[in-house]
Design a protein around this ligand. Structure first.
Ligand SMILES: [Zn+2]
Length: 97
């Protein structure tokens, strides 16, 4: 769970809000439970909620974002490898003739 692995001493910043009900995070594309620090961000589509963890990761740079998204990308990599293996079966040279 990418947003659940915050440090014990982590405090939400003054500008973030702690959700009192489940909030859909457009960054993680899922709801975060009440008590999760969320921030309201303005997009072209209007206001969206985003968890503080993903905002912090974006600010800290690609390394932190990588750590946050590792779970997701690992799943993607496995899926890609599986499809590549499938593809290679058809690409494999024939043993006869
Ligand atoms: Zn989130």
């Amino acid at each position: 769970m990418p947003c659940g692995n915050m440090q014990p001493g982590w405090q939400p910043s003054a500008t973030s809000e702690v959700a009192e009900k489940p909030r859909y995070c457009y960054s993680c594309r899922r709801e975060h439970p009440p008590g999760h620090p969320m921030r309201r961000v303005e997009t072209r589509q209007g206001y969206r909620w985003r968890c503080q963890a993903t905002l912090d990761a974006a600010r800290l740079g690609p390394a932190a974002r990588d750590a946050l998204g590792r779970e997701k990308s690992e799943a993607n990599r496995l899926a890609t490898r599986r499809s590549m293996e499938h593809y290679n079966q058809y690409r494999a040279p024939r043993s006869e003739g």
